[in-house]
Write a new protein. Structure first.
Length: 536
């Protein structure tokens, strides 16, 4: 698979704030939920304050009669409850529990007041519409637990009776009216209809809250893998997906690779994924990507967390900026040799060395710093095993950079196969194209086995020292025994290539600063290249 582009906040390279992750050690998943609840409560309180104010002004213009003192008190209570609740949001740092209780108390109080004023005082106007508004605004907006909405629904259903009791006790002038209602049989029918209607509204609002709350929880679980919160997708490939993520409590940018398992074939993919983690995490060379963590989010979802880099891979480097000159190619290839030396010393074959798996970044002021990515096809060598084609008939590797022995699978693939891939990468770096091009995968694989590549100097106007060209062509020999036998041997040969102006740290720094603006658009592009091609 190709991890398209990783980014790392740079202390040297000037990039925009949007290219870095806003991470703080105090922020957690609970804090994010609290902030969402705070903003939604503010919305409800502002809406309640505005609606109350509009209705109060409207009633004063429409109702042609003197208003009682207690009616003015009701109006002020509506406004004061929402206003004080809004102010309380800015008093200290309210907890999730305090926010939910405040919202519940304010909404419940206003539900009772609405039923009291509409259903008792102005009895010609049924309270159902006003109560529905009070029930459904918080149900749809506030991400609170279902029990709060259930309690609100119970209060809404009981409020017609409760409002009449309070009115009878607190407002002497209404006692005769309420007593007359009690002697009218239609009153109980209307009260029953109102109660049933409110019960239906309350039950529906609870269903809305339950549905939305469940969706929020599912969305949160979907964004969380173990201790990591998924920020955005970086890319997809043959073996999974890669996301930008952050740890819940640690200040550490992270890239998370995910494989989801279902079906028989995916069990083999999972085995390769787990092997990648075990192999990669055992490697410690500074030019090999670092693995932080590994885990299982659920029965079918596996992931591992790795360092989060800023820069671009060699494929994008050449595609965007053209072939590189020999001094820079030597500088980069020697670093790859260092990463492979450690892996090969542990009998680990990468098996997918290609430009997209060699990443350029910066570390501690060192630019053009190489990181070898994606040991997803890596395997520890076992004597007597042909490893070119899997049991499922899939060619393991990327056809343009596969060694002949990896193509036909008739002999074991060993560390010299990686050196063939690195030779093909070197060819691509200085010419802008892989050693072989073909219209079909089958034809490309045939050429890898049978055809000799053209010398790189015939495909570019850049000067290529004969010594370097011989090194590249030796890496691309068909027989493993005709190539360099170790990464150390190849690195030593690269060091002997004569160049007039060697690539240096200062030149690398200058290049990165010069092309900072051009690199930024590359950061989040998707790569169509996969790591597994079907066998034909």
């Amino acid at each position: 698979m190709t991890e398209d582009i990783f980014t790392w906040p740079s202390d040297e390279l000037s990039l925009s704030d949007s290219d870095t992750l806003p991470l703080t050690s105090a922020e957690s998943f609970v804090e994010e939920e609290r902030h969402l609840l705070w903003s939604r409560c503010r919305l409800v309180f502002v809406l309640g304050l505005a609606i109350s104010l509009v209705l109060i002004l409207l009633s004063r213009l429409v109702i042609d009669r003197p208003r009682e003192a207690w009616e003015s008190l009701l109006d002020m209570t509506h406004l004061a409850s929402f206003g004080l609740a809004l102010v309380s949001l800015y008093w200290g740092t309210p907890s999730t529990r305090r926010l939910q209780l405040t919202a519940f108390a304010v909404v419940a109080l206003n539900a009772i007041l609405v039923v009291f004023s509409v259903g008792v005082v102005e009895s010609d106007y049924p309270p159902e519409l006003a109560v529905a508004l009070i029930l459904f605004i918080p149900a749809a907006v506030i991400p609170w637990r279902v029990r709060y909405q259930v309690a609100l629904g119970v209060i809404a259903v009981a409020s017609p009776v409760l409002a009449r009791v309070l009115s009878y006790v607190l407002i002497p002038g209404t006692r005769s009216t309420i007593a007359a209602w009690g002697r009218d049989p239609r009153f109980f029918d209307e009260l029953m209809v109102t109660t049933v209607t409110l019960l239906i509204l309350a039950a529906t609002s609870v269903l809305v809250t339950h549905t939305l709350y469940s969706l929020r929880r599912k969305a949160r679980r979907a964004k969380r893998l173990g201790n990591y919160l998924i920020e955005r997708e970086l890319g997809k490939g043959g073996m999974g997906e890669v996301f930008v993520a952050r740890h819940a409590r640690m200040v550490r940018p992270t890239a998370v690779k995910v494989v989801r398992v279902s079906g028989t074939f995916d069990e083999e993919v999972l085995g390769r994924f787990e092997r990648e983690v075990q192999v990669s995490s055992s490697l410690t060379h500074p030019n090999t990507i670092t693995i932080y963590d590994y885990g299982r989010a659920d029965r079918n979802t596996f992931y591992y967390a790795m360092e989060y880099l800023e820069g671009l891979d060699l494929k994008r480097l050449v595609t965007r900026f053209g072939p590189v000159d020999t001094p820079r190619a030597l500088y980069l290839l020697r670093q790859v040799c260092g990463s492979l030396s450690e892996a090969h010393a542990r009998k680990i074959v990468h098996r997918d060395i290609k430009p997209a798996n060699i990443f350029l970044t910066q570390r501690g002021g060192l630019f053009d710093y190489v990181k070898v990515l994606d040991f997803g096809l890596a395997r520890q060598m076992r004597p007597g095993t042909g490893e070119g084609v899997t049991k499922t008939g899939v060619v393991v590797g990327t056809p343009e950079y596969m060694s002949p022995e990896a193509v036909h699978g008739e002999q074991p693939v060993d560390t010299r196969s990686d050196l063939y891939g690195l030779g093909a990468v070197a060819y691509f770096l200085v010419t802008g194209q892989p050693p072989f091009l073909a219209a079909t995968t089958f034809q490309l694989l045939v050429e890898q086995v049978k055809k000799s590549p053209r010398p790189p100097s015939e495909l570019t106007e850049l000067p290529i020292p004969p010594e370097f060209e011989r090194i590249v062509l030796r890496c691309l020999e068909k027989r493993p025994e005709d190539r360099f036998q170790t990464a150390e041997e190849l690195e030593a040969a690269l060091l002997e290539v004569p160049v007039d102006k060697p690539w240096s740290r200062d030149k690398a720094r200058e290049w990165w600063h010069l092309h900072a603006e051009a690199i930024r658009p590359v950061l989040y592009e998707s790569s169509p290249e996969g790591a597994v091609a079907p066998s034909t």
